[in-house]
Design a protein around this ligand. Structure first.
Ligand SMILES: O=C(O)CCC(=O)C(=O)O
Length: 282
């Protein structure tokens, strides 16, 4: 399994060997594993923040804003605030360079949240993150339309569970269990994983006594909206306070270009005196 060491990138990440290798891996295998992207302390602090701020998501019950995606496994919203609002996560320069190279320059963040595998969760069903765009032979030939980017807040390994990935299955029309054996990567704290929405994968059992949150961002082409994982009106693809946008540079703002302007608050907006509204859904 190819892993890409992302230490010591100097200069523009878009021109780095690491982004070139990761892009190559994503196109050929449907996924890439990036090591040493985040300081370990930052990720450990995020895990603590998850336990403190998102304790309600540690119960084995689907809530209005969550969806059950397997046995003791839930897709939950995470707000773009506190440690989770740190742009080094959702707008990491290396990752954004890779996303823009793989999708397009005006790629967006379509959703931000976590997949939480509770202690004792069983193996998940094998799936793609959403159906193919077209039901004919063309889909496997197309470039990616969306990517799942995952940052494990607890090491992904045999004990806590990891995400098993079927290499090259983004080029399949149907699942073929004879065609490939899955890879079950260990993804340490500070590393991350990115896969093509079409790649077949499944979460493996969490045999530990702690929940395993996998923080994720869905990056997508500007026109794409995940039709599968947000079927409930009470779910949120993106969760933020309108003032979140006040602090964003123009380059980071591009990642949220699809968000309705009425839900953003800019200090230079003429109507910014209207004050924040409690909107939090894209
Ligand atoms: O829990 C995991 O490791 C992965 C879960 C996942 O990929 C999903 O629900 O789409």
């Amino acid at each position: 399994m190819i892993r890409i060491d992302c230490r010591n990138i100097s200069g523009d990440p878009a021109k780095s060997e690491q982004v070139r290798l990761a892009h190559d891996c994503l196109v050929k295998n449907g996924y890439a594993i990036l090591d040493h992207v985040f300081p370990e302390d930052q990720i450990r602090a995020l895990n603590r923040e998850f336990h403190d701020q998102y304790a309600k998501y540690k119960q084995d019950r689907e809530l209005d804003d969550t969806v059950k995606v397997g046995d003791r496994r839930f897709l939950v919203p995470i707000e773009l605030s506190g440690g989770f609002g740190d742009p080094s996560l959702y707008a990491n320069p290396l990752v954004v360079a890779l996303v823009r190279e793989t999708l397009e320059e005006d790629a967006i963040i379509e959703a931000y949240g976590a997949i939480v595998s509770l202690s004792g969760s069983a193996e998940q069903h094998t799936h793609r993150d959403s159906p193919l765009l077209f039901s004919n032979q063309i889909s496997p030939l197309l470039p990616a339309h969306a990517l799942t980017f995952g940052i494990p807040l607890l090491e992904m390994n045999e004990l806590h569970g990891t995400t098993a990935l079927f290499p090259r299955s983004h080029r399949w029309i149907h699942f073929d269990d004879k065609a490939a054996s899955p890879q079950a990567p260990v993804v340490p704290i500070g590393s991350c994983i990115i896969w093509d929405f079409r790649l077949y994968h499944r979460g493996l059992p969490n045999r530990s006594d702690q929940p395993r949150p996998l923080l994720y961002a869905t990056y997508a082409r500007r026109w794409y909206q995940d039709p599968h994982n947000f079927s409930k009106a009470t779910q949120r693809r993106l969760s933020f306070d309108p003032v979140f946008f006040e602090r964003l540079s123009d380059d980071r703002l591009r990642l949220f270009d699809h968000v309705d302007p009425s839900r953003r608050l800019f200090s230079h907006d003429e109507d910014s005196h209207a004050g924040p509204s409690p909107a939090d859904e894209s």
